[in-house]
Write a protein that binds this ligand. Structure first.
Ligand code: AMP
Ligand code: ZN
Length: 470
């Protein structure tokens, strides 16, 4: 399997540190409002990558944090007049709901910055002790970028260039930095902000240190793969490398994977530009699986432009998958338990080729676009090679392949959701029957109208009330 490594700027063969095991760290969202569909891109593409590693038999330790202390969270909390933990807990729960709707598997661990402060203080102290960090007069602790020879290697920035570019920069409050490139590890509290005791001042951690500490605690000093959006390459990930490698003396991460942006009108979708749709906006209009299928329709490093037209096209493609599994389910009920015919054996051989294509796509740097193509080929094959005379064995085989690749690896649920609708309809019918029994015909008629409006037609039969879709 090959991965494009941002640090080496090329595709390289993947070798885990420990055979059969993979430790992945994915930078998670800052939780101060609902996530937008751009934030959902790393969640979906790296969840799919994780699922593929599991499909290949790896034991995956998948760690993804929630940044729950940050200026934006504090601002939202102050505006609402509540503690910042109330805002972050609320939006962690909302984010988990979106993830579940999008069929993103929960991480092995979802650490939260505010619960890992002790570890951050320890790592900062180590960096001060070994000369990579210093404490300014007001208690701010800075990482001294000039002490790290490798600084800039991930983002391919030249330190001398950065220095000359920043030489004249005087940001207010930052005059105490020894070098304009130095970054904050710990900062003093301000009025109305949450804070923790530390050897330097009452305050809170900088953003970057949390990921260095949490990846070390839950994976180890060296992690296999680190993922996130490409906007995190600099400074966030560059700074994580600096902190971790200077604290442990070991390489921080073996493979760096960065997703490209989800765009709208060719501009990055972001909260600050105001050009975003939340996951909630989209799932109110489309099945969440349509969004998942759309996000996976591009290789994760390429930019992806969002539009209603593309979503509608994807919706139609998703319907093709659902229609196919509907058909297979129906045929399964009728099929004879016979062995495969010669023609079905040929169908199986074609399916095996599509499985190979799927794996080749995923082995080529998580190319979900080509993997989707292989799934659509399978759907086409399943439609073309099954009918009422098909054997149970063949239908089971082809349904199983779709379930494994589409549902299992791509995380796109291939079966039409009917259960909740069925339950709702059954409940309304029961209510209508009860109303009729009580001679409350007005209510009974109103329920019939409501069901009609849902496209449900009722039929009174000798076996009771039956319903069908109009
Ligand atoms: P944030 O909450 O801004 O730290 O973002 C959480 C994750 O979403 C990070 O990995 C970002 O790189 C990623 N992200 C934010 N906006 C976009 C976008 N428009 N397209 C793709 N990824 C994004
Ligand atoms: Zn991070």
């Amino acid at each position: 399997m090959k991965i494009f490594d941002t640090l080496q700027r090329r595709k390289i063969d993947f070798e885990p540190i420990e055979p059969g095991k993979v430790g992945i760290y994915v930078c998670g969202p800052t939780v101060y409002n609902l996530i937008h569909i751009g934030n959902a891109r790393p969640m979906i593409v790296f969840d799919t990558f994780r699922r593929y590693l599991e499909y290949k038999g790896y034991d995956v330790n998948y760690v993804s944090n929630f940044t729950d202390v940050d200026d934006k969270i504090i601002k939202a909390a102050n505006e609402a007049g509540v503690p910042s933990s109330e805002i972050s807990e609320k939006y962690i729960a909302e984010c988990k709901k979106d993830m579940s709707d999008l069929n993103v598997k929960p991480a092995t661990v979802h650490p939260q910055a505010t619960k890992e402060i002790d570890g951050m203080i320890k790592m900062i102290q180590t960096l001060i002790d070994n000369g990579h960090a210093y404490v300014a007069e007001d208690g701010t602790v800075y990482f001294a970028v000039g002490t790290d020879k490798g600084y800039g290697k991930l983002s391919h920035k030249d330190m001398n260039e950065m220095m000359s570019g920043l030489r004249d920069l005087k940001v207010s409050g930052e005059e105490q930095k020894k070098d304009p490139n130095d970054f904050v590890l710990w900062k003093p509290k301000k009025e109305g902000e949450p804070y923790w005791e530390s050897p330097w001042c009452e305050g809170r951690p900088g953003w970057h240190i949390e990921c260095s500490v949490m990846s070390q605690k839950y994976i180890g000093d060296t992690i296999d793969i680190h993922c996130g959006g490409e906007d995190l390459i600099f400074p966030h990930h560059e700074n994580e490398i600096a902190q971790s490698e200077c604290a442990t003396g070991k390489p921080f991460c073996n493979y760096w994977m960065h997703n490209g942006f989800l765009k709208i009108n060719n501009e990055k979708m972001s909260k600050s530009l105001g050009n975003f749709f939340t996951v909630r906006d989209i799932t109110a209009q489309y099945d969440p699986m349509v969004l998942r299928l759309f996000i996976l329709s591009a290789q994760y490093r390429t930019p992806l432009n969002f539009s209603k037209e593309l979503m509608d096209q994807t919706k139609a493609s998703y319907e093709r998958i659902l229609n196919c599994t509907d058909k297979l389910k129906e045929l399964m009920g009728k099929a004879a338990a016979l062995g495969m015919t010669e023609a079905e054996n040929e169908g199986k051989a074609q399916a095996e080729q599509f499985i190979k294509d799927f794996e080749a796509a995923m082995d080529d740097d998580n190319n979900t676009a080509n993997a989707e193509t292989a799934v659509f080929e399978l759907v086409r094959l399943a439609n073309a090679t099954t009918d009422e005379s098909s054997s149970k064995e063949y239908i089971e085989y082809i349904s199983g392949v779709i379930r494994t690749l589409c549902d299992g690896v791509l995380g796109v649920i291939s079966e039409r959701k009917t259960e909740s609708l069925d339950t709702e309809i059954e409940e309304l019918i029961a209510k209508r029957q009860a109303a009729r029994k009580a001679k409350d015909f007005k209510t009974a008629d109103a329920i019939r109208d409501q069901l009609n409006a849902m496209g449900i037609i009722l039929e009174d039969t000798k076996d009771g009330v039956k319903w069908k879709k109009a």
